[in-house]
Design a protein around this ligand. Structure first.
Ligand SMILES: NC(=O)c1ccc[n+]([C@@H]2O[C@H](COP(=O)([O-])OP(=O)(O)OC[C@H]3O[C@@H](n4cnc5c(N)ncnc54)[C@H](O)[C@@H]3O)[C@@H](O)[C@H]2O)c1
Length: 329
């Protein structure tokens, strides 16, 4: 599918990844409509409002009337709107089920009725849960063992979406690594960004599970993968799941902290490692499929994301990094 005169609906376009994606799509010649209920405000979209080809629907993906309006004339959907993250889903379980399951299923059903040809879903590498072999890697063929409501809902919607795959409705699941990096809507409840902010502000940093592995990917790379999945030949992507990230960008938390301290060495005494067994997620992910099949390679590293945030906070570009709008909790 190519941009041409095509209209893509981005759900959750005012969010951390969505607001980066909207810009890339507009730059690439797509007409973009986004539906968002603005849980964290709409500032992230303000610079797009005057751009030709951009439309905004303030609405809820759980509401059929809002969806009808949002889907009218759409050729494709990139579905990002959700209650995002394990802590938020644990705190608001009913809203998480309503949004991530019921809202997503309604969107999918109405997208088919509206004649949408491609449906891309933002899933997560959290679907893999804890690794069976601590020294190994998981890939798209590995079993999914979600250990949180958030991941369980993602796994369920993946199944819902990939099963009825049809020639005229190509569905794709993108299992995003944990995001880092700048966005018009910064998020400081994500590991790299949170650790960087806290050390820039000179706060004490308590780290647990420092040996656990997780994959990370920059917002601009995640968004670029969504554009690739949108523009790829349907035969390459339909009915498939792709991990999105880079195999070289799996890190243990301790290494992340060292990368930050290389840039802020005076903060070393602020870091303390503690024993806690709260977060059972431990996974190292292989990203060969997206690399070989869609020629995707991450352009930015975690070190780039750290440097960006240090500069953005120290220069005052992000004025109040502790603003509640910048966290999903
Ligand atoms: N950020 C990550 O590290 C990460 C990793 C893996 C997967 N993902 C997935 O990527 C997607 C985007 O994540 P993000 O970090 O940008 O999250 P975000 O919380 O910043 O953005 C989500 C957006 O969805 C909107 N929204 C929520 N419920 C809605 C509803 N019912 N109707 C309309 N809009 C609604 C919110 O207002 C918000 O703007 C999510 O689906 C998330 O699960 C994110």
């Amino acid at each position: 599918m190519s941009s041409g005169d095509k209209l893509v609906l981005v759900t959750g376009g005012a969010g951390y990844i969505g607001s980066v994606l909207v810009e890339q799509l507009l730059d690439g010649g797509w007409s973009v409509r986004t539906i968002d209920k603005l849980m964290f405000g709409g500032d992230a979209l303000s610079s797009y409002l005057s751009r030709p080809g951009f439309e905004f629907v303030e609405g809820d993906i759980c509401n059929a009337d809002d969806l009808r309006l949002a889907l009218e004339g759409a050729d494709a959907v990139v579905h990002l709107a959700a209650i995002v993250g394990d802590p938020a889903c644990k705190k608001y379980p009913e809203l998480a089920v309503k949004t991530n399951k019921n809202g997503s299923e309604l969107l999918c059903e109405m997208a088919v009725q509206a004649g949408v040809n491609r449906f891309i879903f933002a899933s997560t590498c959290s679907n893999y849960g804890a690794m069976l072999q601590p020294d190994g890697y998981v890939d798209e063929t590995s079993p999914l063992s979600p250990v949180s409501l958030y991941a369980e809902l993602k796994v369920n919607f993946e199944k819902h979406l990939l099963q009825p795959n049809r020639d005229d409705f190509a569905t794709v699941c993108l299992r995003f690594a944990t995001a880092h990096g700048l966005s018009p809507r910064p998020r400081f409840d994500l590991t790299v960004n949170e650790f960087t902010r806290d050390l820039v502000l000179g706060k004490e940093l308590e780290i647990y599970g420092e040996q656990f592995w997780r994959p990370y990917c920059h917002t601009t790379d995640l968004a670029r993968a969504a554009v690739l999945a949108l523009e790829a030949d349907a035969t390459k992507v339909a009915g498939k799941a792709f991990n999105v990230g880079d195999t070289a960008e799996n890190y243990q938390k301790k290494t992340l902290v060292e990368l930050i301290l290389e840039r802020l060495p005076q903060m070393r005494e602020k870091v303390r490692y503690v024993e806690r067994s709260e977060d059972p997620r431990n996974y190292r992910v292989n990203f060969d499929r997206i690399n070989s099949e869609l020629r995707f390679k991450a352009k930015k590293t975690v070190a780039d994301g750290i440097s960006e945030y240090i500069l953005a906070i120290q220069s005052g570009q992000i004025k109040n990094p502790e603003d509640r709008r910048y966290t999903n909790l």
